[in-house]
Write a protein that binds this ligand. Structure first.
Ligand SMILES: [Zn+2]
Length: 306
């Protein structure tokens, strides 16, 4: 089972990035290592490599067309905040339960995740991903991936700076990026960002915990207490239950009641009204959820990354 291949990973351990780099570093000479470690990469270069990476990724990952029901749904979900703010949010039509962000503000949500989550939960996931971008986690992960790739591919350094990457080097960079993982601290901070983001959108912040709870259930369905791959996962990654519980505790502590358990989904009149109007406008329109026709992704597609 391919699990958590993308860099924004729910369960990663703090030491994973260093561990990953250390394996590669051991293969190079000390002179080569010093050269790589001295290599400087500006934020502008990171942005440029990131854009090249996301363009390549979009070509290779079934990017949903603008008129695809999934794109239409995502645009509606993000319409309240996604105007001229530099974010580039799109759908990959893949069964995986996944989402990721890159340093240039690109966020990709997989249709498999959209199939199992409500619009509000998807917004929570997007808020979490924006948190990784705002906290510079995406930039740092990409920089680290560049270091790993440089060690593996002999990416050249001119006057201490990384030069232009070939297509194959960019592919390797993407792979290293997908394999890197965020620390528990980074995940908590992104969860907190998503939590506040939902509140800012007028949504009950319990939704953040509920979105994670969906993943927890999925994991249990996949044999979280029995399967080999899942067991291995739990040995190296923070427990998702801790994140879910932490967010639930925070929401309860702030006096919010859980939707479906005495709480409203919307916490401001404006948000409730906007949702009602949207619902009226949508009545009779085809839904992406029905189009996919499944409640959970198939076995083997439990890669999620947020
Ligand atoms: Zn994350």
């Amino acid at each position: 089972m391919k699990v958590f291949s993308i860099f924004c990973v729910v369960f990663c351990a703090a030491s994973t990035l260093q561990g990953c780099a250390a394996v590669s570093i051991s293969r190079v000479s000390s002179a080569g290592l010093k050269a790589i470690q001295a290599m400087t990469v500006s934020d502008e270069q990171i942005q440029q490599y990131t854009r090249e990476f996301i363009e390549k990724s979009d070509k290779e990952n079934s990017l949903a067309a603008a008129d695809d029901p999934y794109s239409v749904r995502l645009n509606k979900i993000t319409s309240s905040f996604n105007n001229n703010n530099g974010l580039n949010i799109k759908v990959y039509k893949k069964d995986e339960v996944n989402a990721f962000a890159t340093a240039d503000g690109s966020i990709r949500v997989y249709s498999g995740l959209m199939d199992i989550m409500t619009d509000e939960e998807i917004l929570g996931v997007i808020g979490h991903e924006i948190g990784h971008v705002m906290n510079k986690d995406t930039r740092d992960a990409f920089k680290n991936a560049l270091l790993v790739s440089a060690l593996r591919d002999g990416i050249s350094s001119t006057a201490g700076k990384v030069g232009k990457l070939t297509s194959s080097q960019l592919g390797d960079l993407g792979e290293a990026f997908f394999q890197s993982q965020y620390s528990q601290k980074q995940e908590y901070a992104a969860d907190d960002y998503g939590y506040e983001f939902l509140k800012g959108c007028g949504l009950n912040p319990w939704t953040m915990s509920m979105a994670l709870d969906k993943l927890k259930q999925l994991e249990q369905q996949a044999g979280g207490n029995g399967g080999g791959a899942i067991n291995q996962l739990f040995s190296t990654h923070p427990n998702i239950a801790a994140r879910t519980g932490r967010l639930a505790e925070r929401a309860a502590g702030e006096g919010f009641k859980k939707p479906g358990d005495g709480g409203e989904l919307y916490i401001t009149e404006a948000a409730a009204k906007a949702a009602e109007e949207q619902s009226k406008a949508d009545s009779g329109a085809p839904e992406a959820k029905d189009d996919a026709g499944k409640a959970a992704p198939a076995e083997g597609n439990t890669d999620w990354s947020f």
